[in-house]
Design a protein around this ligand. Structure first.
Ligand code: ADP
Length: 630
């Protein structure tokens, strides 16, 4: 008799004409019970399954417990004939006699793992003989059953384990593949058939797991296969390599080919990993473009760490400063900063940290040959993803030419102003003398004309002085001659004179007495005059101009307020720049050169003071300057 399948065995046992009950050896609980056993004992399946055998049958024979234990321990069979017991059948009690045969079920090692109980109803001698025959056959079946059962369950267990771990690895593989962003992972076998295919760009790359897995690539797209075949052959020959591909849709991929080997070193499959590198490629292209721009720029473009170590140095920097990139990268930037300007770097960094922009900052740098170069710097912070400053990038423009040009212009202005001053001084003197003589003339026109001529000559002298001062300032020759004087008195004098000349405005004056400053009275006088004449120039006739001075700590603050056109916020930061003039319809007919405020600010700062303006467009302006007290 050949039993091939566990199911067959189960079937035979369940339908056997004798009662079969299988107990597990450890707990003697019912593991399997067939229909015949239940019928003969009059029990229901639900009532017995999982129960301890002796709970069901100990009444039949009190010695059963010892016997059962013996079977388990010693592995011998035991027969119990002519056992009488009462059963319920069709609602009636019946007493029957039966034989119980207990036989052990052993595993490969010979250990008893189960106990089989065979139950036969005693119906006569003939039956007993038949019973003996059946018993023998059953014993044989039992043995075979035991063996194949053991084998089956072992194989099954192993199979389940393998399947389980396969399933787990596959799941793991897919989840890994899906978790590599922008990737496609394919495993092919030696015949180039797709074993597995997974990845988040599968569909984008024109693959579909359902259509591909288990198939040969030639079945899906012959053209595509032809294009990749030589690569499959290379990887299956054991070569590990990568290629870059560009899809028709424009994406870039890097494809890695990895041979998968058995423990004996034979290639059994190949792993193909495609990764979308479009973004990296685009970034590379962009940075290559930027690098080209940086390299060909005429401006020196330099980057450095926050503590001033050079990290990049372009060709223009090499030309401008005479140091090669090799000589500068890794070196402190101080190499090209003149010793007296080392503090500048710290100031710049502090300004950048405070979120300020540093644009067109004019300074000097020292190239390798030692001469001084005029440069204009634009500096911006390089920040990381968290917004922290990780470096600085500097664009330096050589403005030596421009500076020389400016110098020539200044020299010219200086020379012209100087030359104009001499005849103008004589002219003023002549006008003054003529005015003195004609003041009492009978012709009122003559005295009036001389007064106006005198005023215009003074205006012209003022302008010429302004230009002269600018050129002196630029050349570093603006001379400040300080001496202590009463500031209030000076302001009062200037106002008195202004009142004489211009009767168009109302002047309010509130000055503190006895304010002594140690300053250059001529220069401070030109500051005050300039601010007052601007207030006159840029506010309508009849309006109030209010001049005050106030003590603030160890300084005096002078303010000149008007009720004129005011200054727009976008202009207020520039009005102290040289030659800066606001151009609006209101200012186009007002003459000027844009040097008054520039000169004033230079004079004030040469005195250690500050100058600033506050204004609301259309509401008037207020100019302030401060000077330290003597
Ligand atoms: P300008 O010779 O043009 O007056 P300034 O240097 O004195 O030169 O002034 C620069 C610019 O500032 C002027 O062109 C003007 O637009 C503006 N400005 C100066 N003072 C006033 C003021 N009190 N009210 C409005 N704008 C003013």
């Amino acid at each position: 008799m050949q039993i091939s399948d566990e199911d067959d065995l189960q079937y035979i046992l369940r339908n056997a004409p004798v009662g079969v009950c299988v107990l597990e050896a450890a707990g003697l609980r019912v593991e399997l019970i067939n229909r015949a056993f239940l019928e003969m004992t009059g029990m229901r399946h639900e009532a017995v399954s999982g129960k301890h055998y002796l709970e069901l049958f100990h009444k039949a024979n009190p010695d059963d417990e010892t016997r059962l234990n013996k079977i388990v321990l010693e592995g011998r069979s035991y027969n119990d004939h002519n056992v009488s017991f009462v059963r319920m059948r069709h609602g009636k009690k019946q007493t029957i006699t039966a034989s119980f045969i207990y036989s052990p079920v052993k595993n490969k090692e010979g250990r008893v793992t189960r106990v089989a109980v065979w139950l036969l109803e005693n119906t006569g001698q003939a039956f007993n003989e038949e019973l003996a025959a059946i018993n023998e056959e059953m014993a044989a079946v039992n043995e075979e059953f035991t063996a194949s059962n053991e084998e089956l369950s072992a194989t099954n267990e192993e199979l389940m384990k393998t399947q389980d771990s396969l399933r787990r690895s596959e799941k793991l593989f897919r989840s890994i593949a899906l978790n590599i962003p922008g990737s496609l992972i394919i495993v092919i076998d030696r015949q180039h058939r797709y074993v597995t295919i997974e990845g988040d760009i599968m569909e984008k790359m024109g693959y579909n797991r359902r259509d591909y897995e288990g198939k040969h690539p030639s079945e899906i797209s012959a053209g595509r296969y032809e294009a990749s075949k030589h690569l499959y052959e290379r990887v299956l020959a054991g070569e590990k390599f990568s290629v870059e591909r560009r899809a028709e849709t424009g994406e870039f991929y890097i494809v890695h080919f990895v041979p998968l080997k058995t423990q004996h070193g034979e290639v059994e499959a190949a792993l193909i990993i495609a990764i979308d590198i479009t973004e990296i490629k685009q970034a590379e292209e962009k940075s290559a473009r930027l690098a080209a721009i940086v390299e060909t720029s005429d401006d020196a473009i330099v980057s450095k760490t926050p503590d001033g170590v050079v990290t990049s140095w372009n060709a223009a920097a090499e030309r401008m400063f005479g140091y090669t990139a090799d000589e500068m990268i890794g070196q402190p930037i101080y190499k090209i900063i003149p010793a007296d300007r080392h503090d500048e770097e710290l100031n710049i960094l502090a300004r950048l940290r405070a979120g300020e922009r540093v644009d067109h900052f004019e300074t000097k740098r020292q190239p390798k040959d030692g001469r001084l170069l005029d440069v204009s710097l634009t500096i911006s912070p390089v920040k990381d993803a968290r917004g922290l400053i990780t470096g600085l990038s500097k664009i330096a423009r050589d403005i030596t030419e421009k500076k020389q040009e400016e110098q020539r212009k200044n020299d010219f202005i200086g020379m012209v102003s100087h030359e104009l001053k001499t005849p103008l001084t004589s002219l003023t003197a002549i006008i003054q003398a003529a005015h003195g003589k004609l003041r009492h003339s009978n012709d009122p026109f003559l005295s009036g004309a001389m007064e106006k001529a005198g005023y215009q000559a003074r205006r012209m002298a003022g302008m010429i002085n302004g230009f002269l001062n600018v050129s002196r300032l630029e050349a570093g020759h603006l001379l400040i001659e300080k001496r202590p004087f009463d500031l209030g008195e000076l302001i009062r004098e200037i106002l008195d004179e202004t009142r004489l000349i211009s009767s168009s405005h109302i002047f309010g004056l509130e000055v503190c007495d006895n304010i002594t400053v140690n300053a250059d009275p001529d220069k401070i006088s030109s500051v005050v005059s300039n601010l007052i004449s601007n207030a006159v120039k840029y506010s309508p006739k009849g309006k109030l101009i209010d001049v005050r001075c106030q003590l603030v700590g160890q300084t005096v603050v002078v303010s000149i307020k008007d009720q004129g056109m005011g200054i727009k916020p976008q202009d207020i930061g520039h009005i102290f720049d040289r030659y800066y003039r606001v151009s609006t319809i209101h200012t186009q007919h007002i003459s000027g050169f844009g040097i008054g405020l520039y000169l004033s600010s230079q004079i004030v700062s040469h005195h250690g003071g500050n100058i600033w303006a506050e204004s609301e467009s259309g509401q008037g302006s207020a100019f302030y300057f401060s000077l330290p007290l003597a």
